[in-house]
Design a protein around this ligand. Sequence first.
Ligand code: KG4
Ligand code: ZN
Length: 358
Amino acid sequence: MTTLLAIESSCDDTSAAVLRDDVLLSNVIASQKVHEQYGGVVPELASRAHEQNIIPVVDGAIREAGIRKEEIDAVAFTRGPGLMGSLMVGVSFAKSFAQALGKPIIEVNHLQAHVLSHFIQASPQPLSQGEGQSLQQPAQASPLPGRGAGVRPTFPFICLLVSGGHTQILLLHSHFDMEILGQTIDDAAGEAIDKAAKIMDLGYPGGPIIDRLAKEGNADAFHFATPQIAGYDYSFSGIKTSFLYFLRDRLKEDPDFIEKHKADLCASIQKTIVDFLLKKVEKAALKYNVRQVAIAGGVSANSRLRSELQRICDKHRWQAFIPPFKFCTDNAAMVGIAGYFKYLKGEFADISLPPYTR
Ligand code: KG4
Ligand code: ZN
């Protein structure tokens, strides 16, 4: 039995988790509210907040897991990609902590961790506080729990990785053999959603806000063209621009246009992005004859993406893997599961290893 401590600090969430083999014992997340007033992550403030949060978060994860730190067999951490100042806090902490314990370290790629979150096993006992809990935000209830929670995908399967920084269709041959079938050539899907929210002055991060407002709106109220991109690649910068120009023209006629049509605008732009994403995923699954399709990353929390993936999979009799909300956005549990699979292979990192941003 292996006990792993995992640390995630690549962007604006400080998180620590404890896993016993592939079973999650605790997952503490401190989200940084400080960026909201700036409409985006301010790197300098993010690293400062990580520095403040890292010790209480790790301490909380160990306590909530009910283990002693001497039981930890290795420390896994996100090495990259991410913001350098943010990564350095988690990487340096992980190295020092492991050195103090005389235990090895395991480097984890943040994107692989998002995908491997589908392999996290829930703790058999309900946890008092730890699992999926945030220090500053209550964990969301899950209206669509997703089959990924208990049943794990088998290889090969396709995973759509959609976050604030990345958009890729991956074909997984094994845990770490992820073939990139397609990816965005410019903005990430999450970035496009956040920018649309910013254009409407809705707040940051825009993804959850658009998702919430879209529930009250008509997704067919407005139409935004999607670009013709070859193969399984994506492009989101054009969608963002056409949304901007559309609103600019309407606002000339009616300065209250956004306010009057907010829900319809959110529902329509969300539909445009989700349908564009899933059309290529469906095409890829058909082409590669894969019958299991997963989603991962922050945007996989989107309710339309979740329900539409389920609908498409039901239509083809494929199996959909939809992560629980707590594993969609950045968390250390996913770093822990990736670290566990590396631990099994004996893949430990050298203590001198630096973080990487991309
Ligand atoms: O994976 P993540 O937490 O961080 C990165 O690695 O980027 O993803 C953050 C992204 C943001 O763009 C955020 O707006 C988006 O995920 N997001 C959502 C939802 N929840 C988070 N987008 C659409 N609908 C949501 N419910
Ligand atoms: Zn992420």
